[in-house]
Write a protein that binds this ligand. Sequence first.
Ligand code: 1GP
Length: 250
Amino acid sequence: MLLVNIYNHITSIQSAKKRGLAVLLDPDKLGDSERRKHIISMAAKCGVDLFLVGGSLMTEDHLNACFNDIKALTSIPSVLFPGSPIQLRKGADAVLFLSLISGRNAELLIGQHVIAAPLIKQYGLETISTGYMLVDCGKSTTASYISGTQPLPYDKPEIAAATALAAEMLGQKMFYLDGGSGAAKPVSAEMISAVRQSVYAPLVVGGGIKTPEQADAAYAAGADLIVIGTAFEENPDLIFDINAVRASNS
Ligand code: 1GP
């Protein structure tokens, strides 16, 4: 485990007004270890801030291989982004302790957490309590289907802002607006901006970001950290173009 506090790492990005970048490694989609290693190496060359590892559905277990590759090839922190407690692994540096606050599924607001908490303690993982908001970004995603919840309407930024505000009052210390992996379009700038103005905590935005222009728009609207998975799986070299947008405005 790295001797850094990952949440402090993220808040330092926010307080320095940097444009944070996280690469999502979905083990289910990156079973081919050469492709996984290639993406990790490209990300390391760009000095991305974090790797997120996990997915809504896991049909084969490549999680430990992901963490091992990250450790072997980089010194960048890896954070578990678990679809369920069965994805918990000791190899992560921290875990997003997600509450699906856009939904009303009690299992994803407290139920699965009760199952996960003792294991997380045993593994010694840092937990980052995160208010996770799925947004309807044009198509039904695995995340919304598997969670059995209704995502936030795309054109209702005020609902997202009120949801985040309530969760911050309840003690959540980070927020993640997510269109879901492979979303048809990213979360709107209006929604990002509304949530940014509503809460103090770091704001993570992901889902459907595929171009430097879309990344720039998310940062400009107030995202502290953007997450990209699908677009880098399809074209790992895109990391350099996204990194250029990030660097030019840091
Ligand atoms: C999904 O936010 C992440 O939970 C990343 O989405 O795969 O569409 O980049 P993409």
